[in-house]
Ligand binder design. Sequence first.
Ligand code: GDP
Length: 297
Amino acid sequence: SIEEVEDKPEDLLPRAPIVTVMGHVDHGKTSLLDYIREENVIAGESGGITQHIGAYGVQLENGQKIAFLDTPGHEAFTAMRARGAQVTDIAIIVAAADDDIMPQTKEAISHAQAAGVPIVFAINKIDKPDANPDKIKEGLANMNLLVEDWGGKIQSHDISAKFGTGVKELLEKVLLEAELLELKANPNKVATGTVVEAYLDKGRGYVSTILVQAGTLRVGDYVLAGQHSGKVKAMQDERGHDVQEAGPSTPVSILGLDGAPQAGDKFNVFEDEREAKQIATKRAQLQREQSVRTQRH
Ligand code: GDP
């Protein structure tokens, strides 16, 4: 059975923030995520992260880490929330400085607010000659969102995702915001978390990217995720390196599930492989019955 045992305060250790990037189409979400992914160089490792596994972790020069969901836009955010998954600690909302506050900017703001997730604004494209960051900040002020340099408490930073200007400082502000949240998790128990994406790879079978949110996942664990289960045969990080274990706020892709769970499905680890399989089968059966019923109506 899936039991959530409450952690004792002394078992909780600091964990990295999980960040989603949202904003209006063409305002630079993908460019920002790409820049961070490609430019991040962890000590001792050369080159950026080349794999697209739906989520990635980066480490800043000071050693602090941030986990990013690599699916820009609020569709992913709302789809996950609709499945009951809360996988974002902080939202970066990108707003292009050569444009107005647009409908999807407003939508992103309301989604973050509805989820109780703090926002850090990235005022983007400041390299453009017609960029006017103050116009965006004024627009935000008119929505009762006062950013710091307008005397408010909401973090924002002017950036160019194209050239990387200000991105480091933006991430420092994200970490500052994270500090206020005092994010913690117990790494010393079996893992729980959320599926970010999954697909069938012709050579390797089903590959699922999951975000561990509590506990530690290990190769050999029996996992149940949505309607699928299986023994974790191998795990890889965002650099394609094999890893043996993954702790809180760590995204990994895993091999071994008997199908592709959906983004937003939660995963749990079971001691008993058969029990995981039984629940998965039961869920699949319920789903089939439900779709037969809806087809009849
Ligand atoms: P998304 O739809 O929000 O993911 O936006 P993209 O990242 O795809 O960017 C849309 C367009 O704006 C692309 O042509 C990018 O090259 C361009 N772009 C994004 N960021 C910047 C920036 O900082 N400066 C400039 N000049 N162009 C940018």
